[in-house]
Design a protein around this ligand. Sequence first.
Ligand SMILES: [Zn+2]
Length: 478
Amino acid sequence: MPKSSIDRIFDFPEPFCLKSTQETIEITLINHENLDKWAKKQDKNTKNQIDQSKFTAKAGENLLIKDKNGDISAILSGLSIPTHHLDGASAYNFVCGSFSDDFLNNHTFKLSTATANADHTIGSIGWGLGAYQFDHYIESKGVKPQLLWSDATNQDETLATIRSICLIRNLINTPANILGTDELAAAAQKVAKNFKAKVKTIKNEEDLKKNFPMIHTVGKASPRPPQLVDMSWGNKKDPKVTIVGKGIIYDTGGLNLKPGMYMRDMKKDMGGSAHALGLAWMIMALELPVQLRVLIPIAENSVAGNSYRPGDIIESRKGLSVEIGDTDAEGRLVVADAITYASEDEPDLLVDFCTLTGAARVALGYDIPAFFTNKDEMIEPLRKSSVTNQDPIWPLPLWDGYNKEINTPIADIANDGSGRAGAIYGALFLHRFLQNDPDWVHLDCFAWEQNGKAGRPKGGSDTGMRAMFEYIKERYAA
Ligand SMILES: [Zn+2]
């Protein structure tokens, strides 16, 4: 029976095995600084092969070692300094590229390391991510080599990281004809079910119109109904952390229709919701001591006779009236209603992920999400978490002076700004919909790998999720 579209989203690469009766080939992870010392301790045959090769143990370099009979006896794989979570992907790709399917079916691999023990976990994470391909709709797939779990590997951390990142990728890569508003909500419910979290979906048209008017306004032109998923998990005694993610399953731009080249990849406009669910997965899988809530406002920004229009004045949950300057600035509308709702509950920390503005990409490129916070003292710890986890995010100012740019004489606020600082206007807009002044971080991210590299193929990708996980872990679990 073919898998359902939801099941395919939870189809994660797990190229690991507990034990093996097959012949096992050892992959030694080693970095440039350790190579000479390590090589001196090896037998002459191995040492000669290292000396005669170009292998210097830099990240991305791999070397096959053969025994005296010419049989493959080991693999050396270079590491970054410090070790990077994608390093193991290079070993995975090397193995796939070096051996026949027949060989892979008859051998397993195991890690050893000439560096710190912790590199077993990092190497295994990279190995798993190396096996990721969005191949759920392709019939024939190659053999995936298997890695034996080593005692030094933290299996929980390895699997939580791989599953969380691949959940983000699968959600984003699944196109909008398959992942509609109901399907995105169903995926969120499945995440909740996996961790026995409570979840409800607000979908009734009258309820949405009354309580979340901006989510309703943005989504009403699509035959696939707008909705809001509300998930909660954890111990009521722990601090409340709420994560909001923009879930626009497809963004045509609305009546301000996007030109073709800008619409092409707009299946990724639910990337914020994918990040929220991926981060929630990490938090729940590794049982951080927080009371977690996840809110996913879901809509499709479509064109129809009942589309909202440029010039419309619409209601919001907070009671502020919003003049629509541009129907393509829809993300901030749905997220603003969710942020108001989230902050009524007075969380200790409120995080939102949105693929919000092209201006954030002009400022920082594809790989670095811009972050904004209402608490200056959070900027340095957030930057530090980003460095620790090698997942770049960079602060932009929530500059009060630019609030004048999103003023309009005929409503409380406008959804587009007249100047050049689009990413800041987006953040200032969202800020106006907060209540009770919680610690708040807004990430304007791309959610897409533009070029592709080992362990991170072109397509849907995490940008900033691991930095936020590190921050939350440091803040609540250190
Ligand atoms: Zn848009």
